[in-house]
Design a protein around this ligand. Structure first.
Ligand code: MN
Length: 202
């Protein structure tokens, strides 16, 4: 059973003005579709066929560039679409809020740490909020389409929130102003989904 491009749970223009419709459409139908198609090609006829994406990534041979890049791209974008939703829906609360305050002292300090990780990731990559066994959370970033599930990546835990800082994620609307895009991202985080992932992974 080949991997399929997941459908978005909202319209391409639903995240405007924070993320524009054209960027969303190209990002989903071209970039994410591309990773999906190439992942399927890379695993076809190998013993990775039939495994879940999590199984593929946690057991990954990091020298397998095609699966690393395209499997990472498939997983990362699938998470990315789900942890966003139209502005104003969902508030950080409950156990996750407590865990964030325990780790960073305040929600504002967490936002600063996450924004800093996203802004300082040189070139293309992602910044993550990860959960560790026992419920502790941390922030980190990875280059390219790497993610914290992959072995040996300098970033541990289960990712529950991630921001794509490849230029294709923001360049049409924000050009070189990555910090403005990061700031806008906070307006569209689907905290209900991040909390659901936290509860599942902790
Ligand atoms: Mn992307």
């Amino acid at each position: 059973m080949a991997f399929e491009l997941p459908k978005l749970q909202y319209a391409y223009d639903a995240l405007e003005p924070n993320i524009d419709a054209r960027t969303m459409e190209i990002h989903h139908t071209k970039h994410h579709q591309g990773y999906t198609t190439k992942l399927n090609g890379a695993i076809e006829g190998t013993d990775l066929e039939g495994k879940t994406i999590e199984e593929i990534l946690t057991g990954l041979d990091m020298s397998n560039g095609a699966v690393r890049n395209n499997g990472g791209g498939f997983y990362n974008h699938s998470l990315f679409w789900e942890i966003m939703n139209p502005e104003g829906k969902g508030r950080l609360s409950g156990e996750l809020k407590t865990a964030i305050e325990d780790a960073f002292e305040s929600v504002d300090a967490f936002k600063e740490a996450f924004s800093n990780a996203a802004a300082t990731q040189f070139g293309s990559g992602w910044a993550w909020l990860c959960v560790h066994k026992g419920g502790k959370v941390s922030v980190c970033s990875t280059p390219n389409q790497d993610n914290p599930l992959m072995p040996g990546v300098a970033c541990e835990g289960t990712p529950i929130l991630g921001i794509d800082v490849w230029e294709h994620a923001y360049y049409l609307n924000y050009q070189n102003k990555r910090p403005e895009y990061i700031n806008a991202f906070f307006n569209v985080i689907n905290w209900n989904e991040v909390e659901r992932r936290y509860a599942e992974a902790k």
